[in-house]
Design a protein around this ligand. Structure first.
Ligand SMILES: Cc1cc2nc3c(=O)[nH]c(=O)nc-3n(C[C@H](O)[C@H](O)[C@H](O)COP(=O)(O)O)c2cc1C
Ligand SMILES: Nc1ncnc2c1ncn2[C@@H]1O[C@H](COP(=O)(O)OP(=O)(O)OP(=O)(O)O)[C@@H](O)[C@H]1O
Ligand SMILES: [Mg+2]
Length: 511
């Protein structure tokens, strides 16, 4: 069988692994269902083309299925469903029909919508399982497994997704290694194909052809970052491409979630050892100082257990109220490293292998990294952005407004922080953030004497943080004023001084 032979003879270890696991899923499905009970959902797209050839190989390899055991090109034993839509590209339509012809597909052409089309089909045919070319990263893949029952509200059938864990690169490695035909649009810069109304060639494959002013595109298999596969989906172009390429800080421009000019952040440490008291958290205070120094407010720092639900709960709470959440601790391959799983749970996505991150880790830990099975390369699906900096061996991980730092001590934090700041500055995200200014006063007045005037002062200057602290119960109270406007602080101090005798307060430095 030519597909099986091509994969066995190639020297792409990763592709072989992906192929074997897809074939395993197919064989399990063929063991569970008879050939009349399964169907292929084929639409001429690259993923369904991969699936078609995997199924051809899978049927051939599936022992006991005589009807397809000769592996012939012209015979495909499974019912094939094609939802033909008037807004499909003509190239997609003709490729689908040509492929059906070449490989002897028995096409069921449905011209209604997916749901009612499937309802009608399942009434008249004994179909129990449908193979789909859905892959992680597709918007429709969220929450799906290799075997996923159809959703509530849909007719009952099993969705079988043999290439769920395949990356964009895997798809192209397969199509090119097996030298099979694919729709011609992929050679014209299309990387993922929807309807004629929402799909354009991927701008990242554009070649500037100034001579005749005609835009030319490179073929889809040359797209180096598979995460940008859907950048050619016209409607989503602006947000997805921009989102990936530059928005380090979620497009924050100095106006926070709360509409104020103050950006609010929080920090979450993950670690039983901090809660046991065996280890002192040094990163938290240092992080607060750093955030404060760039004009951010910190609303809360929290320490949570090495427990996915505890992490998820805290992240869910903080990410909805703060502009940015910083996390540290609990990142790695150990059983106690649950931070990423907790973040995934908070955003209701699952952990999925990230090819790019895996490459970094391979670089870092070499042979110890077992490629496809590398648990460390699992990142929250569809919401993760890797923040690269030349000084970082491994990029920082950002999931929506949550930044996951891998620092385990202050030195590492300094390094990661400096890189983050550079990335944020080059993005312009922090251009309008003013740093905080502060003044500290000491007094020999008692706390009882200053209590009331101070609370009145807080009401008069709601834009300032006015607080008190003591080094000990017997030492003088220190009053601090924090804000973004030096003049306002000065006015508040003068207003306070006026309420007492001259010399009652003395300015000191902050330490
Ligand atoms: C055979 C088949 C089965 C599907 N089953 C489901 C399902 O169980 N639940 C669901 O929400 N969508 C289901 N869909 C719809 C897809 O998730 C998705 O909406 C559709 O493929 C359109 O994708 P697009 O918006 O990227 O073009 C199914 C689609 C097909 C072709
Ligand atoms: N019109 C359709 N008819 C039949 N199956 C479909 C149709 N649209 C989607 N599918 C099924 O859903 C799967 C996922 O669709 P998706 O658009 O992500 O992939 P694709 O079309 O194969 O490739 P591409 O991502 O390049 O468009 C397809 O592989 C196919 O199994
Ligand atoms: Mg498609």
């Amino acid at each position: 069988m030519e597909i099986d032979k091509a994969i066995k003879e190639c020297d792409d270890r990763r592709l072989k692994t992906k192929y074997n696991s897809a074939i395993y899923v197919i064989q399990r499905a063929l063991a569970l269902y008879s050939i009349e009970e399964v169907a292929l959902s084929f639409n001429g797209g690259k993923d369904s083309t991969v699936l078609l050839h995997l199924l051809r190989a899978g049927c051939f390899l599936h022992k006991g299925e005589q009807s397809c055991s000769n592996g012939g090109v012209k015979y495909f034993p499974m019912r094939t469903i094609y939802f033909e839509c008037p807004s499909a590209f003509p190239e997609i339509n003709s490729f689908t029909y040509d492929t059906a012809n070449t490989y002897g597909l028995q096409l069921d052409i449905i011209r209604s919508d997916f749901k009612s089309g499937l309802e009608d089909l399942l009434k008249s045919k004994p179909i129990k399982a449908i193979f789909l070319g859905v892959r992680i990263g597709d918007p429709t893949a969220v929450g799906q497994e290799q075997f996923s029952p159809s959703s509530v509200g849909w007719p009952p059938f099993m969705r079988v997704n043999p290439i769920l864990d395949w990356s964009y690169r895997d798809v192209w490695a397969f199509l090119l290694t097996c030298k099979v035909q694919y729709c011609s649009l992929y050679d014209q810069g299309y990387t993922s194909i929807g309807s004629i109304y929402d799909t354009v060639p991927n701008a990242l494959l554009s070649i500037n052809n100034s001579s005749d002013n005609k835009e030319v595109f490179r073929p889809a298999y040359l797209l180096s970052d598979g995460r940008l596969e859907r950048a050619g989906r016209a409607k989503k172009l602006s947000s997805s491409v921009r989102g990936h390429q530059s928005a380090v800080m979620n497009g924050l421009d100095g106006v926070g979630l709360h509409g104020s000019s103050l950006l609010m952040s929080s920090a979450i440490a993950v670690g039983d050892e901090i809660l046991f008291g065996t280890v002192e958290d040094q990163i938290g205070p240092s992080l607060c100082r750093k955030l404060h120094s760039i004009g951010w407010s910190v609303s809360q720092t929290a320490v949570v257990r090495n427990d996915i639900d505890a992490v998820a709960e805290e992240v869910e709470r903080r990410q909805s109220t703060d502009d940015m959440v910083f996390m540290y601790g609990g990142v790695g391959p150990l059983h106690s490293d649950v931070t990423l799983a907790g973040v995934a749970k908070a955003f209701a996505v699952r952990l999925a292998p990230d090819e790019e991150f895996e490459e970094y880790l391979k670089h870092l830990i070499g042979d110890q990294c077992t490629g496809d099975r590398n648990e460390m390369a699992l990142l929250p699906e569809g919401i993760t952005e890797l923040l690269h900096h030349e000084k970082l061996i491994v990029p920082l991980i950002k999931c929506k407004n949550v930044i996951i730092l891998t620092a385990t001590n202050i030195l590492e934090l300094d390094e990661q922080w400096n890189c983050l700041i550079e990335l944020m500055r080059s993005d312009g995200a922090l251009a309008t953030m003013q740093p905080f200014v502060s003044k500290h006063l000491t007094t020999n007045l008692t706390d009882v004497e200053i209590a009331q005037p101070l609370s009145k002062l807080c009401l008069e200057f709601p834009d300032l943080f006015i607080g008190c602290r003591r080094k000990s119960r017997t030492e003088p109270v220190i009053i601090y004023f924090e804000g973004k406007d030096q003049d306002r602080i000065q006015s508040a101090i003068e207003a306070l001084c006026k309420k007492f005798h001259p010399g009652a307060f003395v300015e000191i430095n902050s330490s």
